[in-house]
Design a protein around this ligand. Sequence first.
Ligand SMILES: [Zn+2]
Length: 147
Amino acid sequence: MDEYITILTFTLPQDAYLPKALLESEGVKSILKDEHTVQVYNFYSSAVGGVKLQVKKSDVENGLDILEKGGYIKSESAEEKKVEIVHLNKETNKKECPFCQSDNIGKMKQANMLTVIAYFLLGAIFPIFKTSYTCFDCEKTWRFSRL
Ligand SMILES: [Zn+2]
């Protein structure tokens, strides 16, 4: 008998259907555990840990990979995205992405604890590191730095 391993949990059963379908479409068999319990006793959802999306032990790596590519799991590398330093000059347009020139960019407030700590420790010395930008088209993250 195959052992099934939880690779993702959901509070609501309906949230699990798309990632499950994605796994199936890639040929990875998956099951939803506790689905019935959650549907009947919705308010117990958090108590039973939500709906568990499970795959065979041998499919875990593959399954995680598929879910990551599908955007259901944020990889550690995505969370600790490399921040590029862009040096400002007279021609720099801060309203567009310096890498792909898209204007589909956003400013990011730092919520990362390390950054917050670094800010408190070093903020007075490196005030330029307060805001970083992210491009929604090429997904790069950068900060502007004055030379
Ligand atoms: Zn870009």
